[in-house]
Design a protein around this ligand. Structure first.
Ligand SMILES: NC(=O)c1ccc[n+]([C@@H]2O[C@H](COP(=O)([O-])OP(=O)(O)OC[C@H]3O[C@@H](n4cnc5c(N)ncnc54)[C@H](O)[C@@H]3O)[C@@H](O)[C@H]2O)c1
Length: 440
């Protein structure tokens, strides 16, 4: 049997040993899905606290149940370590490390590079490697292939196999999860795609193969660019509606009654999270090497990035209309997470809104049921969520709703507050034509 046939057989028999590099929002659910499918999975992550939790059978990701982790750890199907040397025993490795931006807005590839360098020390014949981290088109072939294959005189598609498969997990979502969200898979060669698909098909319901790693990389960037641009469009619509004195939420609801050719997006205080504000910029960065300016991305990014400032200015004007200055006022920001019902503050517009309100001289507090503390790395401030939320609601001169968590009782908040600025239409009908509420 060829190396490829032997590996495919091992994968189909679930005898292949699986490693997941990076046990965060993407890697941990993936490790669980492979473990539940019957693979022996080892998660490798330099974060000692994560490894300690998993080794005790405890989850630290809200979407992943502690019972599931405990069951897999007890059954010997899931182990976790900080020791990369276990990679020498592995047959199949998935890389799920972060791909943030540098402060300059350029891709920060340092996590992929360090994971790749660790893996490179233990590369051997008969391995399949899949990169899951969202990145610019060409990363798998230009960065991983030389380091993991060529340097070891291993021929890709014959001695070892390399593919890209973008992760699509939507944290907090219950209907579409890692197991039932179709997975795009693109190999460096045809054989690479075949082996990687054989592995993932053993655990994930639908694997959609494309002809190259680049097509898979680009498909992820299309998905996220599509969202970013449409959010930019409705954010600009909200700004235009304010000029026109038209209720943007009513307009969007009306357009959404069209059964075809329209997809509903809603405006808000700006983009957040690890994906939508960042990934399209990986593409525009790459295009600069062709002297090509990705105009839609740049424009949407500009509009979205300005939304926290727009929201704060609207709060300032609304206070002014009520004969108050923002300077010296007490402001309670509701929600720090970048979207409802999750505990993730990465790139959250809430941090920008808080910072801008502070710069205007407001005394700012925040509340988030899922985020007890915020540490703003770049601006160097630290805040704790208020403990008695309704007391702070009553005391604040304005309550600014930034994240529309479902657990909030908006009726009680509006009743208790002096004034509410609602950037998410969380108050809905209650907020409309209500003199205590101003909506975006
Ligand atoms: N979070 C999402 O919703 C989401 C969705 C789709 C795609 N993605 C993409 O998936 C990738 C991972 O995102 P995430 O949200 O899981 O990030 P995360 O920060 O939650 O987790 C990444 C993990 O990688 C670990 N890590 C860092 N360097 C490492 C190394 N050298 N070797 C092994 N592990 C290392 C970190 O300690 C961390 O535990 C990113 O490229 C992201 O863009 C994320």
């Amino acid at each position: 049997m060829t190396t490829k046939e032997t590996l495919i057989q091992k994968l189909k028999d679930k005898k292949a040993k699986v490693a997941i590099l990076g046990l965060g929002y993407v890697g941990l659910p993936l490790a669980v899905v492979f473990g539940q499918a019957g693979f022996h999975v080892t998660g490798v992550d330099p974060d000692k606290r994560k490894i300690a939790s998993l080794s005790k059978g405890e989850s630290y990701i809200p979407d992943v149940k502690t019972d599931d982790i405990a069951g897999l750890v007890k059954g010997g199907l899931l182990a976790a370590t900080t020791d990369f040397s276990i990679l020498k025993e592995m047959d199949a490795v998935s890389i799920c490390v972060p791909t943030p931006l540098r402060q300059t807005g350029d891709p920060d590839m340092s996590f992929i590079i360090s994971a790749m360098e660790e893996l490179s020390k233990h590369m051997h014949r008969g391995m399949v490697v899949v990169l899951e981290s969202t990145t610019y088109p060409g990363t798998t072939r230009e960065l991983l292939l030389p380091k993991l294959g060529t340097e070891h005189s291993l021929t890709v598609g014959e001695d070892w196999f390399l593919a890209f498969s973008p992760e699509r997990v939507d944290p907090g979502r219950e209907d579409w999860t890692t197991i039932n969200t179709p997975k795009v898979m693109g190999g460096i060669t045809e054989a690479c795609g075949e082996v990687a698909a054989a592995w993932y098909e053993g655990a994930i319901q639908t694997v959609h193969r494309v002809s190259s790693a680049e097509a898979a990389e680009m498909s992820k960037l299309l998905e996220n660019t599509f969202r970013m641009i449409n959010i930019g469009l409705v954010n600009e619509l909200a700004i235009m509606c304010e000029y026109l004195g038209v209720d943007v939420w009513e307009v969007i609801d009306a357009a959404a009654t069209k059964p075809f050719g329209f997809m509903k997006f809603t405006p808000g205080p700006g983009l957040g999270g690890h994906c939508i504000p960042i990934d399209p910029l990986y593409l525009s960065w790459k295009m600069k090497s062709f002297n090509y300016n990705a105009r839609f991305i740049e424009l949407a990014s500009e509009i979205n990035t300005n939304m926290p400032r727009y929201v704060v200015n609207r709060v300032l004007e609304a206070m002014n209309d009520r004969g108050k200055t923002l300077k010296g006022s007490k402001v309670l920001v509701l929600g720090a997470a970048y979207k409802p019902d999750i505990d993730d503050v990465r790139e959250s517009p809430s941090l920008d809104v808080i910072g801008l309100l502070q710069k205007k001289g407001a005394a700012v507090e925040y509340h988030d049921p899922y985020i007890p503390h915020i540490h703003h790395e770049y601006d160097g401030w630290h805040m704790d969520s208020v403990t008695d939320m309704m007391k702070s609601v009553k005391e604040a001169d304005v309550v600014v709703i930034v994240t529309n968590h479902r657990v909030y009782d908006y009726e009680a908040i509006v009743n208790a507050a002096k004034f509410v600025f609602d950037s998410r239409n969380a108050t809905g009908k209650l907020g409309k034509n209500n003199e205590k509420v101003e909506r975006l």
